[in-house]
Design a protein around this ligand. Structure first.
Ligand SMILES: [Zn+2]
Length: 181
């Protein structure tokens, strides 16, 4: 079994405010003991923050001790800077016609366009043709585009309540991106 990740992507953080927000969220998570305060080698070659004693406040599901606590890779990796938070394949749902699809033709070109600096980069629904900005596409397995992301390695499913709390506290839209290696 490989490593899995969940990324909470802040869809609204500007490049300028991302470093400050990253520090604020870090302090908030440490204060609630969801993560430990210090960086360790816990994010698959990157530095991360290990789960704290209060990590349950962030996850959904049963109470039994999950195995991820004993893994070497179980940290929260905070990513600051323009980033494509991608999953494998993905599944998007069109707001206009309801089609669900794995993005293919033209998707990688649109992603390159966004990554090179065009915040308004668009991708058209393969079914009805309706264009939508990349940053606005949703679906069962969406991709994230933004300047700030919180990547939880091998954690149990994060709870919707936790993600909603973050969104309300910072007044930003928070998108959950899930994937595995
Ligand atoms: Zn459509």
């Amino acid at each position: 079994m490989g490593d899995s990740f969940q990324i909470i992507v802040d869809r609204d953080a500007s490049a300028d405010e991302a470093p400050r927000l990253a520090a604020e969220v870090h302090d908030w998570l440490v204060a609630r003991r969801i993560i430990e305060g210090g960086l360790t080698d816990s994010a698959l070659g990157n530095l991360g923050y290990r789960p704290g004693l209060g990590y349950r406040a962030a996850v959904a599901g049963p109470d039994e001790e999950p195995g991820f606590l004993s893994l070497l890779t179980n940290g929260l990796q905070i990513e600051v800077g323009r980033t494509v938070f991608h999953t494998i394949g993905g599944e998007l749902a069109c707001r206009a016609c309801g089609a669900r699809f794995e993005p293919e033709d033209g998707w990688s070109e649109a992603v390159d366009d966004w990554y090179s600096g065009n915040d308004g980069a668009e991708f058209g629904c393969p079914n009805c043709g309706k264009p939508e900005r990349l940053v606005d596409w949703n679906g069962e397995f969406p991709w994230g585009f933004g300047n700030l992301g919180f990547k939880f390695w091998n954690w149990p499913p994060l709870s919707g309540r936790f993600i909603q709390d973050m969104a309300e506290k910072w007044g930003h839209r928070m998108l959950l991106v899930r994937g595995h290696l």
